[in-house]
Ligand binder design. Structure first.
Ligand code: IVH
Length: 683
């Protein structure tokens, strides 16, 4: 048998491998191994570090996300101010920009770099001795916020630099600048989620990114999935590059991520051609760009040109105009959300704008429709700027059909016919009928979501069918569904019916945090659910808590307090909780956080194979919260082996050593028991 490696050496080896694969994946977008293989390396390193905390280094890839929220961001002076850019929308003004440069510098040869102007927020990042030591926002250009803990969570930003291949070595100190952004794909997912949670969606990825960077809790920033491109070298110790393009090569050689669309241009006309090319391409990129930055390439010429108090004289931003198109407003549809809120949505004759064909636009509420006097049948101008969903900017008044009448919100719910009511102090109208099919459907969809009760197989379409046929009138009805009845539904075989009932069954154990979120109480998002579950531990305790007690929970505001009160006071909700309780749905927290009984103190666990109800991180966290330890290797010290599906050699080794084997149910049992289990007797 091969000798197990010294943990320190193995940890160093794993760190190097993980850094290399992170670079390949996040910086170069050229992964060489699967996510699974990557996770295995990460897991092994985490296991070693858990068993030998003294081996943890600050730049270990496991140390991206700090556990402790900050109370504020310290202010930092920028060594060199972070300037803004002069903007223009016209090609001629770009040519004038060059003429101005020529007047100042005389007739010299000029080349430019054209780069996408990423629509995000700028960040200055300093590495000392190759380690990331500081990340600062632009702020007012002179003083910014130290957001290092947040920046560390950005996977495309390395925590340590890689030595360049040409043997130059890593500079003692280097400050680079770039743009943090939220990929469009991530933004779309995030907003879908927010809408489902009855939270206001972000208008564009930039707002979502800047909101994230302002969070004081790095764990939340990590969840947001920010990325970054570096676009300039602010300062470097040792030899300096001669041009901006050379500086970008240096950044790349240190493992930093630069934008692949950056081009060196031999003349200003070439740079303008590049602007046109990027404008064509912009909609195929996974990030928003609002223009092109044209920079003089030579760094000595940049210095000679200098800057005004606001802008450098060696760069200009050529901005793309917001894209607009004219189309017909076919109808205004009124949708009913989970909490009964009525939202008007414009249905348009499909039109190509901002890179996609759109057939819907937001109208927000009746007030906005009245202000712009938008009527069904109108020819309207739609605009897609930085926002994802286009808006109607104006009506082409002289093209209005004579029959077009002003729009009025319905007085009855378009789905159930109940009389709609304006809620005091709000512009929105609501359907007050909590048995409205639209509301039931949205509530159940929400309840089944991954972040809520995670009921696999209960998709939106199926929920629609179940509600429509009256099989499910509220979430408690889910627990009465029979496989035989489900199997009768169109496109639902016996096997998927059985699986669905099994996953509904499993959701009984989801615990208070998921349940609270899943109930869809207004303003109770994932974070509030987590905090409330941790503080009160059971539905019973929460329902009895006074407004003051709830309000005293940090981060929980008045809106949540009022909404919870209203929810618990409604008799139908009390009845619902009663039925959920009778259906065996767990109404208390799975892990009471700090109050967790340490029933596994001193016991060692090894996890192998795949668990259904949680991933390894979660299993590890839950074992540790009860005082247990999770290690990667099976030894005579191991007390339990938790074997999920596809368990491998560790299980065999455990059997050979006579170690107690737990299946998933066994583990869940241990995690909910209040007494200490009997481990493997030591030999
Ligand atoms: S150069 C002094 N390059 O645009 C030169 N800026 O309007 C400053 N931006 O604050 C920056 N992409 O946040 C530069 N490729 C790029 C950029 C870029 C986006 C942002 C940056 C800056 C703002 C100026």
């Amino acid at each position: 048998m091969s000798q197990p490696k010294d943990p320190g050496a193995r940890a160093a080896e794993l760190r190097a491998a993980i850094r290399r694969h992170e670079h390949l994946y996040y910086v170069l977008s050229k992964p060489e191994i699967s996510d699974r293989e990557f996770d295995a390396l990460d897991r092994e390193l985490r296991d070693i570090e858990a068993a030998h905390p003294e081996l943890i280094t600050p730049d270990s890839p496991t140390q991206r996300v700090g556990e402790v929220p900050l109370s504020e961001f310290p202010s930092v002076n920028h060594k060199e101010p972070m300037l803004s850019l002069e903007n223009t929308y016209s090609e001629d003004e770009v040519r004038e920009f060059e003429e101005r440069i020529r007047r100042q510098l005389g007739n010299t040869s000029l080349s430019y770099v054209a780069e996408p102007k990423i629509d995000g927020l700028s960040l200055s990042v300093t590495y000392e001795k190759g380690r990331l030591v500081r990340a600062v926002t632009r702020g007012d250009g002179k003083i910014g916020d130290d957001v290092t803990a947040n920046a560390r969570t950005i996977r495309s930003l390395p925590l340590s630099l890689t030595p360049p291949h040409d043997g130059r070595g890593i500079p003692e100190s280097i400050e680079v600048r770039g743009e943090v952004y939220l990929p469009r794909s991530v933004f779309t997912r995030l907003n879908e989620e927010r809408v489902r949670n009855d939270e206001e969606p972000f208008v564009n990825p930039r707002n979502a990114a800047s909101g994230a960077m302002k969070q004081l809790d790095p764990r939340q920033v990590a969840e947001r999935g920010l990325e970054l491109f570096l676009y300039s070298l602010a300062q470097v110790s040792g030899p300096e590059p001669k041009s901006h393009s050379e500086a970008l090569v240096l950044l790349r050689s240190l493992g930093l991520r630069t934008n692949p669309e950056i081009r060196l241009c031999a003349s200003i006309e070439d740079a303008l051609t590049e602007c046109a090319a990027l404008r064509e391409k912009r909609h195929n990129l996974d990030y928003d760009i609002d223009g092109v930055v044209i920079k003089v390439d030579s760094l000595s010429l940049q210095r000679e040109l200098g800057a005004t108090s606001k802008f450098p004289r060696w760069a200009i931003a050529y901005k793309f105009p917001a894209e607009r198109a004219t189309t017909r407003l076919v109808n205004i549809d009124v949708q009913v959300g989970r909490t009964g809120k009525l939202t008007p949505v414009a249905h348009l004759e499909p039109v190509f704008v901002g890179g996609t064909t759109v057939s819907r636009a937001t109208l927000h509420n009746a007030e906005e429709i009245a202000r712009k006097d938008i009527r069904v049948g109108d020819l309207v101008v739609v605009e897609r700027g930085g926002e994802v969903i286009p808006k109607i900017v104006e009506v082409v008044a002289d093209k209005r059909p004579p029959s077009a009448a002003p729009f009025a919100m319905p007085t009855a719910c378009p789905v159930c016919g109940a009389h709609v009511a304006a809620i005091a102090g709000e512009v929105d109208l609501r359907c007050p009928n909590t048995s409205c099919k639209a509301q039931i459907e949205e509530r159940i969809k929400h309840y089944a979501r991954r972040q809520a009760m995670d009921i696999e197989g209960l998709g939106d379409k199926l929920v629609g069918v179940l509600v429509e046929m009256g099989a499910v009138k509220d979430i408690a009805d889910l627990y009465t569904l029979e496989p035989s009845a489900l199997a009768q539904l169109e496109r639902m075989g016996e096997k998927s019916a059985t699986n669905l009932v099994a996953s509904i069954d499993k959701s009984r154990e989801a615990g208070l945090q998921r349940l609270l979120f899943g109930l869809g109480i207004r303003f109770v998002g994932e974070r509030a659910a987590e905090l409330l579950s941790r503080r009160f531990g059971s539905m019973e305790a929460l329902s009895r808590a006074t407004a003051e007690e709830i309000d005293a929970v940090p981060e929980i505001g008045e809106a949540v307090v009022a909404s919870l009160r209203e929810w618990f006071e409604a008799p139908q909700n009390r009845h619902l909780l009663d039925r959920l309780h009778k259906a065996g749905v767990r109404l208390n927290a799975i892990s009471g956080g700090r109050e967790e009984a340490r029933t596994l103190e001193g016991l060692q666990f090894v996890l192998t194979g795949v668990l259904d109800s949680m991933d390894r991180n979660e299993a590890k966290r839950r074992i540790e919260s009860r005082g247990g330890r999770v290690t990667s290797a099976v030894s005579s010290k191991t007390d339990f082996i938790v074997a999920g599906g596809d368990a491998g050699s560790k299980l065999e080794k455990g059997r050979a050593l006579g170690i107690k084997i737990l299946d998933e149910a066994g583990l869940l049992g241990l995690l909910s028991e209040n007494s200490r289990p009997a481990p493997t007797p030591s030999s």
